[in-house]
Design a protein around this ligand. Structure first.
Ligand code: AMP
Length: 326
């Protein structure tokens, strides 16, 4: 049963989508499959339902996720009456590619804790596993249309952000939503996992390097500083680091871990943090970062900040462990 409050929200979302003939969908920088899949799925659903609207999904494409579909190249300066739909992003500073857009209103749909973006119509719910879970519910409960490709993308976004439904953000509601989506769309979902989980032997060798080099403290905090030499030796891009951080879940000796890599092009350290113990997003936010309670990131040009962040996370692990013991 959909609650009355949810029904009202869905009505408002459909109303604002109906009001605008130009619609631009954007999401966070450093996009992942949930961000891109939610964007492409909602774009395609709006196009299917309202064929006369001009609907664009924008932002930098990611080669690794091209199976989700194409993003749009559009001159945003030519749009003067657009609705901006912001997906999977809580703060303006991390929205990808809207600098040239003069939008008229914002519809926000996101599962991060709220920050500075407040939509004219706003659906922010950090109990949801993924933005794709939210979009799936929206499509299933409203007149928005669904086809096979849209359903596949929504499934992939949910599977990715929940790491195949094993992370703490997964709820029984998530399974209900997935069941309804599979039931109605009849998609063959098992082969879709190849897109998310197939990897090269080079990536696996790099993972072996990560396992070999992660430093684990007595408080079960893991720290991996990926050097430029290592990237060169394994012939991998720095983006591989963020793709592998989830692989360390369920290592018995770790309750929180942080991967750091220096992005030479942007002269910045990129940090990925995961936890199955202490809440980490509040700690990350002190170092130009943020994210979810148990999956966060940060960026800083300064290695001193990295050392401080690692120290804070280690202390949080210590506190968490002592609370478990008492
Ligand atoms: P990642 O480790 O890049 O997969 O990011 C994990 C979560 O943290 C995602 O929800 C990101 O949107 C968020 N995140 C990553 N980097 C930052 C940052 N610098 N500031 C705020 N949130 C971030």
């Amino acid at each position: 049963m959909v609650s009355i409050i949810k029904k009202e929200l869905y009505k408002k979302i459909i109303k604002i989508i109906k009001e605008y003939d130009e619609i631009v969908l954007a999401r966070h920088i450093g996009a992942d499959p949930d961000a891109i899949a939610s964007q492409i799925a909602l774009r395609d659903s709006i196009r299917l339902t309202y064929p006369n609207k001009k609907v664009y999904a924008i932002g930098a494409g990611v080669h690794k996720f091209r199976y989700l579909g194409n993003l749009d190249k559009v001159n945003l300066k030519e749009l003067d009456d657009a609705l901006l739909i912001l997906l999977d992003v809580p703060n303006f500073i991390r929205v990808d590619g809207i600098e040239d857009l003069e939008y008229k209103a914002i519809l926000k749909i996101d599962h991060h804790p709220a920050e500075d973006i407040i939509g004219d119509v706003d659906w922010t719910d950090d109990t949801m596993s993924s933005t794709c879970e939210m979009i799936t519910n929206l499509i299933l409960e409203t007149k928005l249309d669904l086809d096979t490709k849209i359903a596949e993308n929504l499934f992939l976004g949910m599977a990715f952000d929940s790491d195949r439904f094993l992370l703490q953000n997964t709820s029984k509601e998530t399974f209900k939503t997935v069941y309804k989506l599979l039931d109605i769309s009849k998609i063959n979902f098992v082969p879709l996992y190849n897109n998310l989980y197939e990897r090269s032997i080079v990536e696996e060798k790099f993972r072996a390097y990560a396992v070999e080099n992660i430093v684990i403290s007595e408080n079960s905090f893991g720290f991996l500083n990926v050097t430029a030499e290592a990237l060169k030796k394994y012939n991998v891009e720095s983006s591989i680091v963020s793709h592998q951080v989830n692989d360390f879940f369920f290592i018995k000796e770790l309750i929180c871990w942080m991967f750091v890599v220096y992005d030479e092009r942007n002269s910045i350290y990129k940090v990925n943090i995961r936890s199955r113990g202490p809440v980490i997003n509040e700690i990350a936010s002190k170092y130009n970062g943020g994210g979810h309670k148990y999956a966060s990131g940060a960026r800083t040009p300064n290695f001193k900040d990295i050392e401080k962040l690692a120290k804070d996370l280690d202390a949080a692990c210590k506190k968490y462990m002592s609370e478990q013991d008492s």
